[in-house]
Design a protein around this ligand. Structure first.
Ligand code: UD1
Ligand code: CA
Length: 473
């Protein structure tokens, strides 16, 4: 069967007061549209058409950057005349993929899930329906289309603004997600009008049209009421973020992860955490971050696409696109920029920045140090204030440091440069030439001693004060 999906993403969402389309507003760091498309992909749908309108180029940009499992195309709705009008724009896509069913979804309702999509499809096909509306019962139905049921079952969807007082009291609402027989949808779309409170083409009118034609129309009530939740303004968006945040934290709690406090904690959908790990306040785990067992993460860490081993302790660390092996301790106040591999047992202390570098096993970079574009061996000790000078204003160069080397405090390592195994650099040295294994490199001025300097300086100073007192110039 040729089953396809159409995602409506043309609206501006005026109340968001954003320069981007509403569907690109983030929930847990991912655009709402991403949640919807990935739910379709998880449900096994292979052909999707996105309806773009307001700021269409931003939707194109987002789709171009996306690694899609499915075939995702987009069509333009130049003027936003309603959800029914948006679907009309996909006529060609529908005709090219006719002979099956089409799932229509709102791009601003991120919590639709694969199970709801597939269970609704099962009901849709087993009842031979022309359309199956996904509904849910919620406490506050304000703003949603109401599901009106009569003696013969499902009758209509009435938009909030078009409701009578009795209809307003109904708490079963339209999620904006429907399975249509593709041919039935094409037929009904041709008959909808703008005769309603908002003067728009309502997609929901297709349902009444099909009913009047005597077709079977069904409503599938999802057991996940969040599937209907959408965001039309920033308050609702914050609410969606809170719901998603606590839902995901809840799942990790069930897996044996400890959260000492959830203030400011957010964990992305794809993140995995091993049992026995403790997450402290202010910690954001983003993207494809993977954390092992028995780690302590936080307070105040941001990890984005970072693979962390087990027994790792991170305190006030920001790390991006990097790998941190077992038993590493980092922090506080450390930035690990993309392209780093911090190997087992290494210790990175306060006010250190590491970029595009490998730090070998049990190496210590304890304080106030910048390590960029470097390959550092095992058991190396960095003194306080070391800088790898990796950039000459034009090009970047690498620094290589052998095992067991000792880099003195305030050493500048001017790349490209190589420090041998077990080599030393003296404090305050600016090293521009390679240092052989086991050698010591010193590069600084000879110390000059001015004996009794302070005594002479003070005598001169006292004399001046004395002269002033006595009125001498
Ligand atoms: C719609 C449903 C309502 C349902 C609710 C669930 C209609 C008439 N009403 O209302 O029954 O309870 O969703 O969230 O369908 N869009 C376009 N082009 C347009 C207009 C909208 O692409 O011309 C897109 C929007 O970007 C959005 C989606 O369609 O992603 C829904 O539009 P919106 O205006 O938010 O519909 P609701 O009023 O929420
Ligand atoms: Ca909406």
């Amino acid at each position: 069967m040729n089953n396809i999906a159409v995602v409506l993403a043309g609206g501006q969402g005026k109340r968001m007061k954003s320069d981007s389309p509403k569907v690109l507003c983030n929930v847990l760091g991912e655009p709402m549209l991403e949640w919807v498309i990935s739910a379709c992909e998880s449900a096994g749908l292979e052909k999707l058409c996105v309806v773009k309108g307001f700021c269409a180029e931003k939707i194109d940009e987002y789709l171009a950057a996306r690694k899609s499992k499915s075939e995702v195309t987009a069509v333009l709705q130049a003027e936003q005349l309603g959800t029914g009008h948006a679907v009309m724009m996909t006529e060609e896509f529908l005709k090219a993929n006719a002979g099956g069913n089409v799932l229509i979804l709102n791009g601003d309702a991120p919590f639709i899930d694969a199970e709801t999509i597939n269970s609704a499809l099962d009901e849709h096909t087993s009842t031979g329906s022309a359309v199956t509306v996904v509904t849910a019962k919620i406490d506050d139905p304000k703003g949603y289309g109401r599901i009106i049921r009569g003696a013969n079952g499902f009758e209509a969807i009435v938009e909030h603004k078009d409701c009578t007082p009795e209809q307003l009291a109904v708490n079963e609402v339209n999620s904006g997600c429907y399975w249509f027989g593709t041919a039935d949808l094409l037929e009904a779309l041709g008959e909808i009008t703008t005769d309603n409170a908002q003067g728009e083409y309502y997609l929901t009118d297709c349902i009444e049209i099909l009913l009047k034609k005597g077709r079977t129309v069904g409503a599938f009530t999802s057991c996940n009421p969040s599937v209907v939740l959408g965001a039309n303004d920033r308050r609702a968006l914050l609410e969606l973020n809170n719901i998603a945040r606590m839902e995901i934290i809840g799942r990790h709690l069930d897996n044996g992860i400890e959260f000492t406090c959830t203030d400011g904690v957010s964990v992305g959908r794809a993140v995995t955490i091993g049992r026995g790990t403790v997450i402290h306040a202010g910690t954001e785990l983003r993207g494809n971050t993977v954390i092992g067992e028995n780690c302590v993460i936080g307070r105040n860490c941001i990890l984005e696409n970072v693979t962390v081993g087990s027994g790792v302790d991170l305190n006030n660390v920001q790390a991006f696109d990097s790998v941190i092996d077992d038993d590493v301790k980092i922090g506080p106040f450390v930035q690990v920029r993309p392209g780093c591999h911090i190997k087992r047992g290494a210790k990175i202390g306060d006010f250190v920045e590491i970029k595009n570098s490998t730090i070998g096993e049990y190496t210590a970079v304890a304080h106030l140090t910048y390590v960029g574009d470097s390959d550092v061996g095992a058991n190396v000790n960095f003194g306080c204030g070391v800088v790898t000078v990796n950039y000459n204003g034009e090009k970047k160069f690498r620094t290589v440091i052998g095992d067991n080397a000792f880099i003195g405090c305030n050493t500048n390592l001017v790349a490209p440069v190589k420090i041998g195994n077990s080599a030393y650099t003296a404090a305050g040295s600016t090293i521009t030439k390679d240092v052989p294994d086991n050698a010591l490199a010193i590069e600084r001025g000879k110390q000059d001693i001015k004996a009794d300097y302070a005594v002479k300086k003070l005598a001169h100073h006292r004399q001046k004060l004395e002269d002033k007192k006595n009125g001498k110039k």
